[in-house]
Design a protein around this ligand. Structure first.
Ligand code: EPZ
Length: 430
């Protein structure tokens, strides 16, 4: 299995282009099956999760043509099965977006139950509640979620928890239901808005996405579209905090600064300087980092997908910080790995008490999941000495060319896949 070999100590300096948002691309790719016409998608991230989803849809007869790494042309007129249960489907949670998409168009679908429990037990009760409110019969059997409706009728749905996935899935199903749907307590993430904009570009009638009340007037059919996906808020935030951790000076380009406000605010709080322009944000970490408190919240609060990254920075700051994870129940698993690099963090329930230390030291560490893996890379980049990071396939689920982009910012990082390569890397970097 490939690993990252990293020699720490180099400040990250320079500019990095941010790619399309993974968490917008996944529902948009799934929603492309809601029309028989052709859909062109641009600014798609070339990461494992989106590639797996594109492969999965081809298993049910959807025509997918890749034009370069970031463009795809999709046509679902030849779909030959509404049972979505291939090998690829079970690899990623986002396959459940096919339920909302195919239920909307065909009123009948079966999808393999999503996997993934790395950061907490990911319930789907709100998705099911929404589908049932629209008139679908939903049952779970033989490892499949089965949804069927003679017709879908608009409904007034109040989400018990703010859920990105459930908001997106119900929005897709409601966009082709008869009549009006109101989704209350909806998620407001940029990727929810991007999906709503994508559906509207196909002829849907969705208003209020980005607020906690989304109003939908169902339409009988949707047409093809050309659509470019928004930049990835979390990829941008990861590089911004990597600048902070390595005492660097990094400009993230092709971003929407508005989407990064909670991240920028925390960087300012811990002593970084920020320069913003229309589509770029520069982070300069010239002074020692300061401690602070942070609680993850649904958008526009501080994103849970940035929690490991800010914790890595706070563990190097002066003083004691408090990190509270309010979205998932098991998102501190990386702390044990960080402790092996010298961090001093005590986890009590969904709170981490972080006592800043002088430095990290390099070690052999294991990435437990996507965002924690990226955060451990950041720690290794700041550490004294060399580190080897295992299970980097998690990281490659959501970060395109992660090590190449870091190299372009001056990081000493390489992909290795043997003890011999790692020894060579250590000899070369001293
Ligand atoms: C999306 O997951 C993202 N994934 C996650 O990013 C992100 O962490 C999460 O939203 C929160 O922002 C994708 O978009 C593919 P939720 P999702 O439904 O939709 C509970 C990454 O790193 N809940 O908003 O699964 C749930 O257990 C990934 O890119 C229910 O109780 O998250 C959690 O505690 C990791 N019932 C909370 O809501 C439900 O039916 C938020 O989950 C659904 C969710």
């Amino acid at each position: 299995m490939e690993q990252y070999a990293i020699k720490g100590g180099n400040p990250l300096v320079g500019e990095v282009e941010i790619g399309g948002a993974k968490n917008a691309a996944l529902p948009i790719i799934a929603a492309s099956v809601m029309t028989d016409e052709t859909v062109h998608i641009d600014n798609m991230p070339d990461v494992r999760d989106t590639n797996v989803l594109l492969d999965a849809m081809q298993e049910i007869g959807v025509l997918v043509k890749r034009e370069g790494r970031h463009k795809a042309t999709i046509n679902a007129a030849q779909i030959n099965s509404l049972v979505v249960d291939g090998d690829n489907i079970r690899k990623i949670r986002a396959s459940y977006y096919f339920i909302g998409a195919l239920l909307a168009k065909y009123k009948n679908v079966e999808v393999a139950l999503p996997g993934g429990c790395d950061i907490g037990c990911r319930a789907i009760d709100q998705h099911i509640k929404g589908f049932r409110a629209l008139g679908a019969e939903v049952k779970i059997e033989y490892g499949l979620i089965k949804a069927h409706a003679t017709q879908l009728k608009g409904s007034h749905i109040y989400m018990d928890v703010v859920s990105v996935g459930a908001t997106i899935n119900v929005m897709m199903a409601a966009s082709m239901a008869e009549g009006k749907t109101i989704i209350e307590n909806a998620a407001k993430e940029p990727h929810v808005v991007d999906l709503a904009n994508f559906l509207n570009s196909m002829g849907a009638n969705i208003k209020g996405a980005g607020t906690d009340v989304i109003r939908i007037k169902g339409v009988p059919t949707l047409h093809g579209t050309d659509y470019a996906i928004i930049p990835d808020q979390i990829e941008a935030g990861t590089f911004m905090f990597a600048a902070a951790v390595t005492k660097g000076d990094v400009t993230v380009k092709n971003v929407i600064p508005k989407h990064l406000e909670s991240i920028t605010a925390k960087l300012l709080e811990i002593g970084c300087e920020i320069e913003e322009s229309d589509d770029a944000v520069r982070v300069v970490a010239a002074k020692p980092l300061k401690s602070t408190q942070v609680k993850t919240l649904p958008y526009p609060g501080f994103p849970t997908d940035m929690q490991p990254q800010i914790t890595v920075a706070l563990a190097l700051s002066g003083g004691t910080s408090i990190v509270t994870e309010s979205i998932f129940e098991n998102r501190f698993r990386y702390v044990d790995e960080l402790t092996r690099m010298g961090a001093n963090i005590k986890v009590e329930g969904n709170t981490a008490i972080v006592d800043g230390v002088e430095k990290y030291t390099g070690a052999r560490i294991n990435a437990p999941d996507l965002r924690a893996g990226a955060a451990l890379v950041m720690a290794a980049l700041a550490a004294e000495g060399t580190s080897l990071i295992e299970s980097i396939h998690y990281i490659e689920r959501g970060y395109e060319d992660f090590h190449l982009k870091l190299q372009s910012l001056g990081a000493q990082i390489e992909k290795v896949d043997s003890e011999r390569d790692y020894k060579k890397f250590k000899l070369k970097t001293g």
